[in-house]
Design a protein around this ligand. Structure first.
Ligand code: NAD
Ligand code: GLY
Length: 368
């Protein structure tokens, strides 16, 4: 078993080290604070909190003030947006570290969504050849996916997440109360990744989501907390088996190869990652149907749950040749062959290049 549930959260087991995901429902009731949760995982005296200009006014001050009682704390506030997930922002983090004369004992804290988390993790992986970092994910997407499993990195103008490193955090603090300030569109984008787990791993979870979607959209933190815990459990189990994505971990990219085409083509930040993944999951389901693996009713069920979550189910028009060229940059391409995550059935995904290229062309042409 890859995980245990002896506290409100679970443990991720990896070859580099094990670490906890703590799910915090309400600090106001229990008297704990974000800072008190992360302090045990800070080794050394130096802390750099990395956040962005949207999250800083919401959550930075209490965390910074409380940590400053025990540590030397500096802050790096980045511009907000996927379009800033680049080398210039990483340099800003290095600059903050160098300005403070921080050394290998520093702990970086990512306070924000997946963009802040991915970049902070990459800066931590590369600064002085690797320092500790902690994830405090503040979007649903980052709580269920990007903060867990150690994929860190930045975009290249020609491809998403093309530059990066595997670098595991010391802990993840998923504070459900931060979701109360998250824009509804971002909540839905996170739900796309939640639905992804159901489609690739657990059809019973799909039924659970169908029953609980309204509560999730209404920000019922208990229901959202349960969803986060289940998703982190699925992800932790996969990461424990395949930390570096040499096999099973690839299924977590269901919908992402199609989705990355949308994100890259439309310009980073115009389609949210989760929205692109949602439309991409429909394309992957449609290709699975063409292969005879899913029925038309099952594809309709996929579209229905995404629609319930206010997510797009139709990709924007992109010429087939352009889509295929963009797919060629995907990290799953092997010996020139596009490999895709497809569904053998609902709740059962496979990584395969064993499909007729014409069927992929037809799938892409549906939205071209
Ligand atoms: P994001 O980090 O851009 O956050 C979305 C928006 O919400 C931003 O404007 C942000 O400032 C704002 N925000 C964040 N928390 C908030 C809060 N509590 N209240 C109000 N506003 C808040 O986007 P995201 O969806 O969290 O992450 C997407 C990124 O994650 C992409 O770059 C994607 O490539 C990456 N990703 C990485 C992995 C991985 O395994 N590392 C997995 C999935 C996605
Ligand atoms: N989000 C895909 C992964 O972490 O592998």
């Amino acid at each position: 078993m890859a995980t245990s549930s002896s506290f409100n959260g679970l443990t991720v087991q990896t070859q580099s080290h094990d670490y906890p995901i703590v799910i915090r429902q309400s600090g106001h009731l229990t008297g704990d604070s974000m800072a008190s949760q992360v302090v045990p995982y800070i080794h050394g005296q130096q802390v750099l909190i990395v956040t962005n200009e949207t999250i800083a006014p919401l959550y930075l001050q209490p965390l910074q003030d409380e940590l400053a009682e025990q540590f030397t704390v500096a802050v790096c506030v980045l511009a907000d947006g996927e379009q800033y997930k680049n080398q210039a922002s990483i340099n800003q983090i290095y600059d903050a570290l160098m300005a403070e004369h921080f050394n290998r004992d520093v702990t970086l804290i990512a306070l924000g969504g997946g963009v802040v988390g991915d970049m902070t993790g990459f800066a931590a992986a590369s600064f002085m050849r690797g320092v500790n970092f902690i994830q405090i994910p503040t979007t649903l997407l980052s709580q269920v996916d990007s903060s867990v499993g150690g994929k860190t990195g930045i975009n290249h103008p020609q491809g998403k997440n093309m530059i990066g490193a595997f670098w595991q955090p010391q802990m993840v603090l998923a504070d459900m109360t931060t979701l109360q300030t998250l824009p509804a569109r971002e909540l839905s984008a996170g739900i796309a990744e939640v639905i992804k787990y159901a489609l690739i791993m657990d059809v019973d979870f799909l039924a659970w989501l169908e029953q609980n979607m309204a509560a999730m959209l209404a920000l019922d933190l208990a229901v959202l907390g349960e969803a986060v815990k289940r998703c982190c459990q699925y992800k932790a189990d996969i990461v424990a088996q395949d930390e570096r994505e040499s096999g099973i971990r690839a299924i977590l990219n269901f919908g992402h190869t199609f989705g990355h085409v949308i994100e890259t083509h439309e310009g980073y930040g115009n389609w949210l990652h989760g929205e692109a993944v949602a439309a991409g999951m429909v394309q992957a389901a449609e290709l699975s149907e063409k292969l005879g693996w899913l029925s038309a009713d099952e594809v309709t069920r996929v579209k229905r749950i995404l629609t319930l979550a206010n997510l797009p189910v139709i990709a924007p028009p992109i010429a087939v040749e352009t889509a295929l060229r963009l797919m060629g940059h995907d990290k799953k391409v092997k010996q020139g062959q596009i490999r895709l995550i497809l569904l053998k059935s609902l709740g059962n995904a496979v990584l395969t290049s064993d499909f007729d290229a014409q069927l992929l062309t037809e799938t892409l042409a549906q939205s071209a």
